[in-house]
Design a protein around this ligand. Structure first.
Ligand code: PMP
Length: 401
């Protein structure tokens, strides 16, 4: 008899479990709109040309070895990642007030940042938006933080509940941590305007809240890396402190390379260097040091002007294709006379549309149309193509009529 016989089966992950169910479905018309992974017009995963080029450069460089990276990762990668988000002329970088450590994509960056906060920050409560990416509460709870939510999405307008957000930040205890999606909020596709960001910034600073930015989609919201970095840059420009988790999964298509970074912007260079020494103590017993390949790809692209420019063009093409899918789906529903206001499909930003479909309607679409998505009605627009839009529109039409 196994000493583990009391172990009960755990539930599938609510997002990755969608793919598990999809893979089991033999239907030729099946469509996976669950996981947020980019697909081409042909429905295929995409490796960016610029990534192939960078990998070729790495392969041809015989001086490269497979030694361990430092605990904090590849130094070039860290510098370039901070520059990508904070801007080339960021005073915080010039004053050495930023520490950046390479982590295991966005998830690992969030986890290391949260472990650091749980150990060294005076407030253990983190406020996350309602709703948010399903992994957030688990990552933060297991890191030792206590998770609360703030109002974010208004189902009635399918837009931002701005007053609710302000009220909840206003009544949060001073010093509380607030998780902010840097752009392209997941799952809602709803972002504050620049004017609203400025109001959020003022409130966060006046209450001494600690902003923790999660940036999983830089460049995917507007197609411009700089425009999508603007909210974070506003918070850096005021001289205050913050944390930032960056992922290259989506914007460089490096999903499986698990490459990302955690930055902590501090008040002084001296504090930043002591903070970094403690980040090393968080990382070393967890996984010793991060993998080398993804960091080398990103660094090769970010440090070469031509490769960087090529990346921005490919990134914009991905963002544009997603936006065109929004218009195609919206038009297809209009052509079918599907009841309801579907304008949120073209108003929402980034990889996802938060359709407003309820779990029953989602289950119906999966059963009758073999369309897979999370039960909250979120669909990954990046998984759609001109060929599959009509099938999705038929399914939505049937689900709501
Ligand atoms: N944050 C958000 C909001 C996300 O949507 C994702 C990816 N789904 C992540 C973080 C982390 O992804 P990864 O660990 O693959 O970089």
């Amino acid at each position: 008899n196994s000493v583990f016989s009391h172990v009960v089966r755990g539930p599938e992950d609510p997002i990755l479990g969608v793919t598990v169910a999809y893979n089991k479905d033999p239907s030729p018309v099946k469509l996976n709109l669950g996981v947020g992974a980019y697909r081409t017009e042909e429905g295929k995963p995409l490796v960016l040309n610029v990534v192939r080029k960078a990998e070729q450069l790495l392969v041809n460089d015989r001086s490269r070895v497979k030694e361990y990276l430092p605990i904090t990762g590849l130094a070039d990668f860290n510098k370039l990642s901070a520059k990508l988000m904070f801007g080339a002329n960021s005073p915080a970088i010039q004053e050495n007030r930023v520490t950046t450590v390479q982590c295991l994509s966005g998830t690992g960056s969030l986890r290391v940042g949260a472990e650091f906060l749980a150990k060294h920050y005076h407030q253990r409560t983190i406020y996350i938006p309602q709703p948010t990416w399903g992994n957030h509460p688990k990552v933060f709870t297991l890191a030792g933080l206590s998770v609360k939510t703030y109002r974010y999405y208004d189902p009635a307008t399918r837009g931002l509940n701005f007053q609710g957000l302000l009220d909840d930040f206003g009544s949060a205890p001073s010093g509380a941590i607030v998780l902010l999606h840097a752009c392209a909020h997941n799952p809602t596709g709803v972002d504050p305007t620049v004017k609203q960001w400025e109001q959020i910034r003022q409130l966060v600073r006046s209450k001494g809240l600690m902003p923790f930015f999660d940036s999983a989609y830089q460049g995917f919201a507007s197609g411009s890396l700089d425009a999508d970095a603007q909210p974070v840059r506003m918070f850096v420009a005021d001289g205050g402190e913050l944390l930032l988790a960056q992922s290259y999964a989506k914007n460089m298509g490096l999903y499986g390379e698990r490459i990302g970074a955690l930055s902590i912007v501090c008040k002084t260079a001296d504090v930043a260097s002591r903070v970094e020494s403690q980040l090393k103590l968080v990382i070393r017993p967890m996984y010793s040091n991060p993998p080398i390949h993804g960091a080398s790809i990103v660094a090769a692209i970010l440090k070469d002007r031509d490769l960087y420019n090529e990346w921005t063009i490919e990134l914009k093409a991905m963002a544009d294709r997603i936006i065109s899918m929004r218009h195609k789906l919206f038009e297809a529903l209009r052509a079918r006379g599907t009841p309801g206001d579907w304008s949120h499909i073209i108003k929402q930003i980034g990889m996802f549309t938060f359709t407003g479909l309820n779990p029953k309607q989602v289950a119906f679409m999966t059963k009758e149309y073999h369309i897979y998505m999370t039960s909250d009605g979120r669909i990954s627009m990046a998984g759609l193509s001109s060929k599959t839009v009509p099938h999705l529109a038929d399914a939505i039409h049937a689900a709501v009529t």
